[in-house]
Each structure stands twice: as C-alpha cells, then as structure tokens.
Design a protein around this ligand. Structure first.
Ligand code: GLA
Length: 380
C-alpha cells in the first residue's frame, strides 16, 4: 500500500515538474505519455509527447513549435529506425535549426519582398530570406509554445496543439486562432488536421516541415530514395524562389509522375534546379479538389520503407535538403550533411497573396480554414 502511495505521489510530482497535464491516455494499444523536453531559457518546461500504436510505431512531438522530433517505424524486416531529422532537447532547437519537424505559419513558404495587399491595404512582413519573406517571419509558429491536449479516440492517439497568433504578430492582420491535431493511427499513419479562424481578413498557409530519411536519420544522403509526385504541373521560380507561373513537368527533371531516384537528375544543367540548388519547388497535385488525395510516394530501396503523403491541399513543396551542410548536429550527435533529408510540405502555392491566378489563401471572419495531411508508413 505504502509503495502504491509513493508511486502515485511520484507520478503527480512528475506531472507537476514537467508541466504535463495528466492523466496519460490509453486507447486500445495506442498510448500517449508526456515528459519534459528540457527547460527553456525563460524558465518554462517544454513538453514531449510520445505516441505509440499497436505496431510499436512511435512518434514524439514537443509543444515548442509543435515540432515532430522522432518518427520511429519498422523496415521490411521489422527493424525499427527513426526516420525524422531533429534534436535531442528543446534547447538544441532554440539554438536554431532549419524548421526540422515544425509547424510552419502563419504563411508557410515565401511571400515576395515581404509585402502583400489585402482589401486595398498593404501589409509589410519580415524579409528573412534575402529579399523575401519565408515561413512566417522572424518568430513564426515553429518558435512559439503551443497549448497541448493529449487525446485518444476511435481513430488513434494524439495531441491537439493550439495557438493564438495575435493581430499584427509578424505583420499579419487579425487574431488567428489555430490548431493542429496530430493523430497516430494503428495503420502507421501520422495524420495532421489543421484549423484556423480569424477576426479580420488575413492570409494563412500552414504546413509541416519534417525532414525524412527512410534509411534512418543521419545515416546518409537521400539521393537513392525514389519519389513519385502525382503532378503534371509545377510552379517554376525565379532566383529568389518566387513563382513565375505554372509549367508542365513533361520532358523535364521535374517530372516525377513515374517513381524516380531523387539523385538521378538533381544536378542536371536545368535552370530551375540551378535556382533551387536542387529540388525546392512546389508541385501542383493532379485533380486536387479538397478531398484527400495521394500526392507523393517515396521508397527507400535498402530498408524497403515506403512513405505515402495524402493531402487535401492543392500543392506540395518537395525540398531535398540542399541547404543542409553539416553544421546541424542532430539526435545522437548525427551530422546532417548535404541532402541528408527531404521534406514534403503540403500547402497552398508560394507567394499566393501576390498571385491572382493561384488558389486563394485569404481567410475572412466567419470562415473556417481547414486541411488535412497524412504521412503513411509502409514497407515493400
Ligand atoms: C523550405 C524552403 C527551402 C528552405 C527550407 C528550410 O523548404 O523552400 O528553401 O528554406 O524550407 O531550410
């Protein structure tokens, strides 16, 4: 009896100490637990949620930036590996990183010259990517603490993160109430459901920025991974990676309608690849109509791991880690060198606030911004 009391006391103290709101959820074989991810410079304790499904797949997510820190999945033989790049504790993220695993907002991707006009009024944003605005500005949604509520339902177990981005935060108009609900299902899917509402007209483009290496994080480059993107068109860019229109992928190294190794054409003498320093472009998903579609499938030949990306969004940024250069030391002291990870960021098209032919990213009071994306893990 004494032992039980001591254990309960220990658990309560652990929750108080880490700032986690107990109790731990448990649905079928899906579980969520919460622990400390380190104390931040302002004294707050960052939380780390660990989601596990019945197959032993594990996903870890922190409330700092709603960042996915680990994705541990089996290969074709059943051997587990962590396929997401990231850091071991919150302070390594705070020191700076290229959006590893983060939720990016209020506007993911670029806005030309950091300016846009909405209802006749011009807004000025940070130019934090040469002359342009990138990923929400100096302190985007990847660098804030989100409120977190763990849950378990018929579908799986997860965490719902919410954040209020105040009117004019980073220069964007309107109080934006947003949430991202991550669910790990028993089908080895990590599902993201995004929602937002505003009290003034604004622009919104939330996305997720995990860097994947299906052979295991930090084990090598991703050039032998094979990728299929279900897109006949992409948005070509200028030197600053701002779209200049819409172009067919046919006959170009941008054509991934048939599964092709990332490394096969990445260094071709093709202007778009020179501008992007490799693949760093938005593809227009075929027949996107707001329903859930398969947008991309990536296969890693050695491990047999496959990742499929489904989304309700019209675009997907495929970025193959061209800016990784070995200066980021990640989990387990792994050095993330050139092209050691790739991202598949489901989104609206870059610079949409300034491009009248692109699908609108304007959100008005009374409207609900909503989209969903699934990263599904399989094996050959
Ligand atoms: C996105 C951009 C890239 C780069 C990365 C982060 O994918 O398109 O150009 O900025 O984020 O390093």
């Amino acid at each position: 009896m004494k032992k039980v009391i001591v254990f309960v006391l220990f658990l309560s103290l652990a929750f108080i100490f880490t700032g986690c709101q107990g109790p731990v959820n448990d649905f079928g074989k899906c579980t969520v637990t919460c622990s400390s991810f380190g104390i931040m410079p302002d004294g707050q304790t960052a939380k780390l949620f660990t989601l596990t499904n019945k197959n032993g797949m594990t996903v870890k997510i922190t409330n700092y930036g709603a960042i996915v820190t680990h994705i541990i999945v089996p290969d074709a033989k059943g051997d587990m590996a962590d396929v997401a790049l990231g850091h071991d504790n919150v302070n390594d993220y705070i020191k700076g990183h290229p959006y590893f695993g983060a939720i990016v907002g209020r506007y993911g991707n670029r806005i030309a010259k950091g300016k846009f006009t909405l209802d006749g009024k011009q807004y000025t944003l940070a130019t934090n990517n040469d002359a342009n605005h990138l990923h929400g500005g100096e302190k985007g949604f990847d660098k804030v603490i989100w409120d977190a509520a763990a849950f378990a339902d018929d579908f799986g177990a997860g965490v719902r993160f919410s954040y209020l981005s105040k009117d004019m935060e980073e220069g964007y108009p309107g109080n934006l109430n947003c949430s991202v609900r991550y669910t790990l299902t028993n089908n080895n899917e990590l599902k993201l459901d995004y929602e937002a509402t505003t009290d003034k007209a604004t622009v919104v483009n939330l996305t997720h920025h995990s860097y994947f290496n299906l052979a295991g994080q930090g084990t090598g480059d991703i050039l032998s991974h094979e990728i299929m993107i279900d897109a006949d068109y992409f948005t070509p860019v200028d030197e600053g990676l701002i779209p200049t229109g819409i172009e067919s992928v046919k006959g170009t190294p941008m054509d991934f309608t048939k599964s092709t190794a990332i490394g096969k054409r990445v260094d071709d003498d093709y202007q778009q690849l020179i501008f992007g320093k490799g693949y760093d472009h938005n593809w227009i998903i075929n027949n996107a109509d707001g329903s859930m579609k398969l947008a991309a499938r990536v296969t890693e030949p050695t491990s047999g791991r496959i990742m499929e990306v489904y989304t309700t969004e019209p675009g997907i940024q495929f970025y193959c880690g061209n800016f990784l250069d070995g200066t980021n030391i990640g989990k387990g002291n792994k050095v993330y060198k050139h092209r050691y990870g790739f991202c598949l960021e489901t989104q609206h098209f870059p610079d949409s606030p300034n491009q009248k032919d692109f699908p609108s990213v304007v959100l008005r009071p009374g409207q609900l911004y909503r989209h969903s994306t699934i990263y599904k893990f399989l094996t050959k």
